[in-house]
Ligand binder design. Structure first.
Ligand code: HEC
Length: 150
């Protein structure tokens, strides 16, 4: 039944496309559209991997734009610390952070849990993602560095 439905659907699509222009011209914009997108994806795969970890684990507090929430969750975008010492950043993700911190002139006194359940690769990726738009973007956090601190 389902198979028959698919056949009917295909026939309808072919017929409706056939009525207007021919099928090859209809398909061309699609094909042209996919290749640049996939090449950008390849180029940015490291960034994408980090963003995925971020969106699943960090976004809920530090927000989708990484600007945090004033006085509650510190921003992680282009700040002195995200652009700074890698060991500190690895330590926060592995062991969490609590007590008063001042980020970009604003005081925070919250608790962040440990994220050591993430793999070394995921931690390196997420940190490279949050460092991606500052002056430290090319100074990548490596899997080995995370492994050593764990
Ligand atoms: C439940 C909310 C929450 C989640 C989820 C969370 N954080 Fe945090 N994060 C905080 C809070 C709160 C602080 C500040 C802690 C304090 O006041 O001592 C913080 C601080 C930080 C800092 C230190 C910032 C600075 O400038 O000192 C980093 C780096 C950080 N988080 C990274 C992450 C990453 C990466 C993730 C995801 C793997 C994550 N956080 C997930 C709440 C969260």
């Amino acid at each position: 039944m389902r198979f028959l439905g698919i056949i009917v659907f295909i026939v309808l699509v072919v017929v409706s496309v056939g009525c207007g222009q021919n099928t090859t011209t209809k398909n061309t914009p699609d094909n042209n559209g996919t290749s640049p997108v996939s090449s950008i994806k390849n180029r940015n795969s490291r960034y994408d991997a980090g963003k995925l970890v971020y969106d699943r684990n960090c976004k809920v507090c530090h927000q989708v734009n990484r600007m945090g929430m004033a006085k509650v969750y510190p921003p992680l975008k282009n700040t002195e610390r995200t652009n700074g010492d890698k060991d500190f950043l690895i330590d926060v993700v592995l062991n969490g952070l609590s007590g008063e911190v001042v980020v970009e002139g604003v005081k925070y006194n919250g608790v962040m849990a440990s994220y050591r359940n993430l793999t070394d690769q995921q931690i390196a990726d997420v940190l490279n993602y949050i460092r991606s738009d500052g002056e430290a973007a090319d100074d990548l956090v490596t899997v080995e560095e995370v492994e050593q601190k764990r």
